[in-house]
Design a protein around this ligand. Structure first.
Ligand SMILES: Cc1cc2nc3c(=O)[nH]c(=O)nc-3n(C[C@H](O)[C@H](O)[C@H](O)COP(=O)(O)OP(=O)(O)OC[C@H]3O[C@@H](n4cnc5c(N)ncnc54)[C@H](O)[C@@H]3O)c2cc1C
Length: 473
């Protein structure tokens, strides 16, 4: 895909700066690693992607097996990468989720899921399509786990293991894409050591069956908590949701359910099985289910203490990507634009500020967080500023800002999810934005297949009402 109006500018940028092609190791072949591999490859770098599983897709490869430690604190447990539950449908619409120049359009192929908020298998199919379109699987060493990454003579020594074989290799640069939804974060609960019930983290939740007839306390209020509480309410005796963000007015029985209640956070638990909430209500429960998120975890990375993770803040990172003292030879990826920027910076086509300037920028950013009273653990939570951040990255790469519908669609979806937690995936009011997205997708589509799918998708949309249902799509 090309942006014709920018090619001249790009070409002159490339003529002005000498290009250096590098040997780059990418760790992980999930969505982030695949995008990184594609961008690095198209910049001309030599890329090896290390993937410990035997297929691409990372978290989107559903695994019915769960970890031996249901709350994931045993460091010696066998790690399962995916946190998906069987019923999971995306919480972002496919139009918003897709990569900008490889839209996630509905496919007419058999066994595909054309819904706007599809089930998890459809996301994996999309990533498979993306990988085959750009020949990315050939870059991946499957079944190969990175065990250690450390500096040696100004380069990176990457130690990997495949089966019983260990290999040490030297790379110019390392891009870390190992995912950040695998290492559970657990709520601290006074008295939990002697509480007799069962605990589990949502990372190890797959289906509601084990909660049949149980009294379940579910901690959290983000997307997984909303889904899983509804999943479980169908079979459990009672579901009590403990939420940090609850307001007094919303505490109590949840409308539409005869067995689900909303509470403030847990204050303590007792050896007799009782769970006491801060609102002074108390329940005798069988299970505590932590839907409390994840921690950044880079067990293989040795940077001599330069990069640290403190209260889930990875520091210091310039623009959430490069640690200044190690830039650009070490980077962390989670978003497409990051990869394009990294690829251009590594080749020398795009310049970074000096290490000192980057450090000053990072420190100023951390001061802003402190002054605003934002805890460290929200350092990488871009929330409202995420589109501004994407536009900044795009501009650095010489590309235009994102289309307006993306931001508007994201806001509309967020509001819709709050207003209709049960039905937001099948009822919406922003069909006009879907039409705008489809017009843009046609511009980005390079293959006839995608073009054809776009045509039929927009025909379907034209015939649907302003609040289409899944069936209509
Ligand atoms: C329950 C849930 C629901 C979600 N829903 C949505 C949604 O609706 N929309 C959305 O946009 N996003 C959603 N997300 C976010 C999702 O995680 C991202 O969309 C994206 O898939 C993350 O990709 P990643 O490549 O960063 O990580 P992952 O997909 O986790 O991939 C990391 C890869 O690195 C490999 N790896 C790790 N360590 C090593 C090592 N040492 N050596 C070799 N390989 C290694 C892993 O095997 C894995 O393949 C959801 C996440 C979760 C957990």
């Amino acid at each position: 895909m090309t942006y014709p109006s920018l090619n001249v500018e790009f070409h002159s940028m490339m003529m002005m700066r000498p290009i250096t092609l590098q040997n780059v190791a990418v760790i992980g072949a999930g969505a982030a690693g695949l995008v990184a591999a594609r961008e690095l490859q198209r910049e001309g770098h030599k890329v090896v992607v290390f993937e410990r599983e035997d297929r691409i897709g990372g978290t989107w490869v559903y695994n019915s097996t769960t970890e031996s430690d249901p709350i994931g604190i045993d460091p010696f447990r066998t790690v399962i990468q995916s946190s998906l539950y069987a019923s999971l449908r995306t919480n972002l619409s496919r139009d918003c989720m897709g990569f900008r120049d490889y839209p996630f359009v509905a496919s007419k192929e058999a066994n595909r899921d054309p819904r706007r908020f599809p089930g998890h298998r459809e996301v994996l199919e999309y990533l498979n399509d993306f990988a085959s379109e750009f020949g990315l699987s050939e870059l991946v060493r499957f079944g190969t786990e990175v065990r250690n990454v450390c500096l040696e003579g100004g380069k990176w020594k990457v130690r990997s293991r495949k089966g019983g074989d260990q290999l040490d290799e030297i790379y110019d640069a390392v891009v870390v894409c190992n995912g950040h939804f695998t290492e559970p974060r657990i709520a601290e609960i006074p008295g939990i050591e002697t509480w007799p019930g069962r605990q589990i983290h949502s990372h190890n939740y797959r289906d509601p069956e084990p909660f049949q007839g149980q009294v379940v306390i579910l901690i959290g209020s983000a997307a997984s908590a909303v889904d899983i509480s509804r999943d479980i309410a169908g079979v459990a005796k009672q579901v009590h949701i403990a939420s940090r963000s609850v307001t007094d007015g919303t505490i109590g029985k949840l409308p539409g359910y005869n067995n689900m209640w909303l509470h403030s956070m847990i204050e303590s638990v007792d050896r007799n099985g009782t769970v006491v909430f801060q609102d002074r209500s108390a329940v005798r429960a069988d299970v505590i289910l932590h839907c409390t998120g994840y921690m950044y975890h880079f067990p293989f990375l040795d940077t001599n203490g330069i990069v640290t993770v403190d209260d889930n803040s990875v520091r210091p990172l310039y623009k959430h990507i490069f640690p200044p003292p190690l830039a650009p030879q070490l980077s962390f990826v989670g978003l497409p634009w990051k990869s394009k920027w990294i690829a251009g910076v590594l080749s020398g086509r795009i310049a970074l500020p000096s290490s000192g300037e980057m450090m000053a920028d990072v420190e100023a950013f951390y001061r802003t967080l402190d002054v605003s009273g934002i805890p460290k653990r929200y350092t990488h939570n871009l929330a409202a500023s995420q589109f501004e951040y994407y536009d900044w990255l795009a501009a650095e790469c010489g590309y235009p800002a994102a289309e307006k519908w993306r931001n508007q669609m994201y806001s509309a979806a967020t509001k819709n999810r709050m207003a209709r937690p049960e039905t937001y995936r099948d009822e919406w009011d922003d069909q006009h934005l879907v039409s705008q997205a489809n017009e843009d997708f046609i511009k980005y589509s390079s293959s006839n297949t995608v073009q054809k799918e776009m045509d039929s998708s927009s025909l379907n949309n034209q015939s649907s009402s302003s609040t289409p249902t899944t069936q209509e799509l």
